[in-house]
Ligand binder design. Structure first.
Ligand SMILES: Cc1ncc(COP(=O)(O)O)c(C=O)c1O
Length: 409
């Protein structure tokens, strides 16, 4: 019965299965006896989902028509677009990016931003270049729009961003394809928690400039976890100034983590270019995709974001609140990583963000089974396990590295 393109399509629900196992264990043995490292959302030390106070209060005080009415435009309200520009490019974006062109399109979550970008820039039959370790839905979205993917190695032997492999892969795709669409999930990469240094970002742009002489380069920067990084945003923004016309940068924004607004399903694409026509066609095609997929997004979510971001006092309040949780995650990560170092347990290079990943080359199934027998649940990757330091309280992290190391032996 399925249409030809959809035959055989089924979602691999491994992640949900493991999360289900953790939930069952909590019901059977009690929360205090289970370590649930599968969660990808922010939880406090009492293991409760965090909803930022500033966000909840602002949302509750929105007039009801601002929640229930349709949004004012297909690509989002003007206030929302302004707020997204300020978040990503800074409040002085007009002067800092003089001579540049930009447009924001509101999307259904960060997921919608990725999907819209792939729909309009990945040619059918062509490959998107993804990181070797990644948030898996990238692959699904590439397939959905008739494309496929290739991957670049993330780290070299010094645990730095593997610029050489990145170059090789960009070169390969430049030879084979019309458009080269590249995903960089940064900062706070999921699943490793890596964030590129400014030097590494400069290296990436140098490579892109070189190959942009030959083909169109579309750089997608997935920033879903941007507010949990220590990054100097001023320095980071400079990297994207005055790029050549053949490079289109699309920043992929999400309200899920930064505003603890996971279920509100709001995000955005922000396209930046030195060519006005490229931005015009971005807006036209993205608007078409929005209308053909979800029409317009939640008015309440957009009002919420702009109410906070365009009001200095509220935005400062949110910033302070979020910072306290960013520091909490950092403390949790430090507990785990210090002990990992003590027992010689290798992790991928973690800088900041929600997750730490431990590479496991050989006996991964045995390790996972042993951990689960002890009521320790993690997300199982092909060659490693991902631990959510966004949700596991500090007291449960003491001794965890040692256990993982033990089972790996
Ligand atoms: C790396 C990454 N990108 C994008 C998203 C999309 O988030 P959402 O669609 O909830 O905004 C997620 C969510 O977990 C993610 O981990």
């Amino acid at each position: 019965m399925l249409g030809r393109g959809s035959v055989g399509r089924e979602l691999d629900d491994r992640v949900f299965k493991i999360a289900g196992k953790a939930k069952n264990a909590i019901e059977r043995f009690g929360k205090e006896n289970v370590i649930n490292g599968t969660i990808g959302a922010l939880y406090n030390e009492g293991e409760k989902l965090v909803n930022f106070h500033t966000v909840v209060e602002t949302y509750k005080n929105l007039p009801s028509e601002d929640i229930f009415a349709y949004a004012s435009g297909i690509t989002g309200s003007e206030e929302y677009k302004e707020a997204v520009k300020r978040i990503i490019l800074g409040r002085d974006y007009n002067s800092k990016f003089q001579g540049h062109f930009m447009e924001v399109v509101a999307t259904a979550g960060g997921t919608g931003a990725i999907r819209n970008s792939l729909k309009n820039y990945l040619n059918p039959g062509e490959k998107i270049l993804l990181p070797e370790l990644m948030w898996d839905p990238y692959k699904l979205m590439a397939e959905e729009v008739g494309g496929s993917f290739d991957t670049y190695k993330l780290f070299n032997e010094n645990d730095e961003f593997h610029l050489e492999n990145f170059r090789e892969k960009v070169e390969e795709l430049t030879k084979e394809q019309e458009n080269v669409v590249i995903m960089i999930n940064d900062p706070c990469h999921n699943p490793t928690g890596y964030s590129l240094s400014m030097e590494e970002w400069k290296g990436v742009i140098e490579i892109l400039e070189e190959y942009a002489k030959l083909k169109n380069i579309i750089l997608l920067n997935d920033m879903a976890y941007m507010d949990f990084s220590e990054r100097d945003m001023g320095e980071y923004r400079k990297i994207f100034k005055n790029l050549s016309e053949n490079i289109l940068v699309i920043f992929l924004f999400s309200m899920s983590k930064s505003f603890t607004g996971y279920g509100l399903r709001a995000g955005a694409q922000l396209a930046l270019s030195t060519n006005e026509d490229i931005i015009k066609e971005f807006e036209n095609a993205s608007k078409f995709s929005c209308r053909a997929t979800w029409s317009n997004i939640s008015r309440g979510a957009m009002s919420l974001l702009s109410e906070i971001v365009l009001d200095d006092r509220k935005y400062r309040k949110l910033f302070k609140e979020r910072e306290s949780y960013r520091k909490l995650i950092k403390e949790r990560a430090e507990i785990f990583l210090k002990e990992a170092k003590d027992v010689d347990l290798k992790t991928y290079p973690y800088k900041d963000g929600f997750f730490i990943t431990i590479p496991i080359e050989n006996n991964i199934e045995e390790v996972v089974e042993s951990l689960e027998r002890e009521n320790i649940f993690t997300i199982v990757l092909e060659k490693g396990i991902r631990l959510g330091v966004c949700s596991v309280p500090k007291k449960k992290l003491f001794g965890l590295s040692k256990k993982i190391k033990l089972y790996m032996k």
